[in-house]
Design a protein around this ligand. Structure first.
Ligand code: BES
Ligand code: MG
Ligand code: ZN
Length: 491
């Protein structure tokens, strides 16, 4: 008879698994493959026919094998989600395993060697574990007790855990900032946090508030921030290692700490999600922390374009015109298309600093969400090599990007009758038009990529290894891209 105790009954048994390690087999039911070493056919047959299944969910089966050791053994199906590659399936398996272990009071999981084993595959399983340990429960009065789950591989293939910890400290930092409500994250708080990170990592930092923004002609950020009592700011963090190559990478992040839409107010439905409109800034901040801690040999600047977009006494009005840093006049037709207005200041700052490569990252358009959904980010670039590096880095990191066109004919709609350019067009593909607007402000000769993460930065109902909230999508891609430019680049 198959025993299938309910979830409640399982938790009653917490501690049942004992203090020793639980053995794990990974297999792929769909492909009929063993993922850890073993005979696929035998494993699958065993799992299917076992009469001692203690717990069964779609992806996890726990079986107690009554041999002389009475080992509890866990069988994990790695291949549930369609569309994921091998590494992401392993991350998912690592994630599910950790969640299961936590719920069952199991501290150690023993994983045998994998088929076609490699440090990369093992790291993917460990990444799943790291993702599982993130929680944002500071506002819950009852917090779930965190248990430390440890994975042991059955033989000792060298994996250096340090870079993984460094990366995940960055991911957790970005997620914490993005998940924080709008009231507690203002441009000033972001600047303060950047200040402490600069100190910790030995980075240069320049903070421009209204006075300095005005002096230096950064009128995009000023214009957007005018409606709020929380002063806007631009924060530039600089990492200049002794050993460096010819690449000078600037990361520019959209940091709208809350986007109400301004005078062109958004509808109330889902407006609360606009607390995450500073994802880009949080990601570039976390990225430069990780890059500095990994001591990558290239120059990197992170520019955070910070403002709160609110209707208010002094808020910018639709039809208002300002002069951008490069001298072009911009008509603000829609105050809700504010991201591009703050980003052009970041692009100008990157050019001032002499960047050879610029990557901007922004929750820029609802249109990219409609085009690519919540699993794929929008990638725009004026350079094939940079676009390919980002796409490949994303594939390695478990973040998918789709390169979008930047065809100039859509830029016609941005022409204005009064000013040089306006911040939206009457019709046309919104995400492409926004990218074309930015392109107008990229210095000639600079390799530039724009990442529109409006569809992927926040998972209201969970996505892969995020249950709810910020995904920090893009951070892993940027760090991987920086690694590639640090090692491979020939100028
Ligand atoms: N922050 C939004 C984009 C966004 C939408 C992010 C959904 C995350 C989820 C951006 O500032 C915005 O409001 N864009 C407008 C532009 C339009 C007025 C031209 C949009 O996409 O609707
Ligand atoms: Mg907006
Ligand atoms: Zn916005």
């Amino acid at each position: 008879m198959k025993k299938k105790p309910s979830k409640e009954k399982q938790s009653e048994h917490s501690g049942w698994w004992g203090d020793g390690p639980v053995f794990v087999f990974l297999y792929n039911k769909h492909k009929k493959e063993a993922v850890t070493n073993g005979n696929a056919k035998e494993i699958l047959q065993f799992v299917e026919n076992s009469e001692q299944v203690l717990h069964e969910s779609e992806a996890l089966r726990t079986i107690r094998i009554d041999n002389e050791y009475s080992h509890p053994v866990l069988f994990v199906d790695t291949g549930k989600e369609p569309g994921l590659d091998t590494l992401d399936h392993l991350r998912m398996a690592g994630y599910r395993l950790a969640k299961w272990a936590e719920n069952n009071g199991v501290k150690t999981l023993l994983i045998p060697s994998l088929k076609n084993d490699s440090p990369k595959k093992r790291r993917a399983i460990l990444q799943g574990l790291c993702h599982a340990s993130y929680r944002f429960d500071k506002y819950k009065s009852k917090k779930k007790k965190a248990t430390d789950v440890e994975y042991l591989f059955a033989d000792d293939m060298e994996i250096d855990g340090k870079p993984l910890q460094t990366l995940f400290a960055g991911i957790d930092l970005a997620k914490d900032l993005i998940n924080e409500p709008g009231a507690s994250i203002t441009p000033a708080t972001m600047a303060n946090i950047a200040g402490s990170i600069a100190k910790k990592c030995g980075l240069g930092i320049k903070i421009r508030k209204c006075k300095e923004l005005e002096k230096d002609g950064y009128n995009g950020i000023l214009t957007v921030g005018r409606g709020s009592n929380n002063e806007p700011a631009m924060v530039t963090l600089s990492y200049k290692p002794k050993d460096l190559n010819m690449v000078h990478l600037a990361l520019v992040g959209k940091g709208i700490t809350f986007d109400t839409g301004g005078i062109c107010l958004k509808p109330g439905d889902k407006m609360h999600e606009m607390k995450c409109d500073m994802s880009g800034a949080a990601i570039v901040l976390a990225a430069i922390q990780v890059i500095a801690q990994l001591k990558l040999p290239l120059r990197v600047d992170a520019i955070m374009c910070l403002a709160e977009n609110r209707p208010g006494e002094n808020a910018v009005l639709p039809g208002d015109i300002f002069k951008a840093k490069n001298g072009k006049t911009v008509m603000v037709e829609n105050t809700d298309a504010e991201g591009r207005l703050v980003l052009i200041d970041g692009l100008a700052e990157a050019a001032e600093l002499g960047a050879t490569h610029i990557i901007d990252i922004a929750t820029l358009t609802g249109a990219i969400k409609r085009a690519l959904g919540s699993s794929i980010g929008g990638l725009f670039s004026n350079n094939d090599g940079l676009a390919m590096t980002i796409k490949e880095s994303g594939a390695e990191a478990g973040e998918k990007w789709w390169r979008m066109p930047l065809d100039e004919e859509y830029a016609d709609g941005l022409k204005d009758k009064v000013a040089d350019i306006r911040n939206m067009s009457d019709d046309g593909p919104g995400a492409i038009v926004a990218a074309l607007f930015l392109k107008e402000f990229v210095k000639e000769g600079v390799q530039w990529a724009h990442l529109d993460i409006a569809g992927v930065d926040f998972a209201a109902n969970g996505y892969k290894y995020t249950e709810h909230g910020a995904t920090a999508f893009g951070l892993k891609t940027i760090v991987e891209t920086a690694k590639r430019y640090a090692t491979d680049y020939v100028h």
